[in-house]
Design a protein. Structure first.
Length: 137
């Protein structure tokens, strides 16, 4: 696992690799304005094409955040804070999403990667540990 000195280094490393591109062309949801899913089977894994969606529950239940574009999102710096809640991810983009845990002293450790067009329930070792996500375009 790689340890990063700060979240800014996460973004800088990906930027220097030249992998960022334009955000999806469709209108982006405003962070924090996404209503939670109802928890029903019909609402599980709800996520618009071209976006990455993050859920508090297992199996795509209780969506609490939709990344509005590519980039780095520090979940603990949001109002209200959304860190240490992530239980599942649906990535409907054409690029991976990286998951990071803050370990103190301005360091982040990569704890997961969600491939493009994939949905995943996090294993117990990562469940409720994610503090930042990096959505690659």
């Amino acid at each position: 696992m790689k340890i990063h000195r700060s979240a800014a280094l996460i973004a800088a490393g990906v930027l220097s690799a030249g992998v960022l591109a334009a955000a999806p062309a469709s209108a982006a949801p405003v962070p924090g304005s996404v209503p939670a899913t109802t928890g029903s089977a019909a609402a599980a894994w709800a996520c618009a094409s071209g976006y990455s969606c993050f859920y508090d529950g297992r199996q795509g239940q209780n969506r609490f955040y939709v990344a509005p574009s590519c980039g780095l999102f520090e979940l603990g710096r949001m109002t209200p804070a959304r860190n240490d809640r992530l239980g599942s991810v649906r990535n409907r983009t054409k690029a991976p999403v990286y998951l990071f845990d803050y370990v103190g002293d301005a360091k982040y450790v990569q704890v997961g990667k969600v491939a493009a067009n994939t949905r995943v329930t996090l294993p117990a070792s990562v469940n409720n540990r994610v503090d930042a996500v990096f959505v690659v375009c």
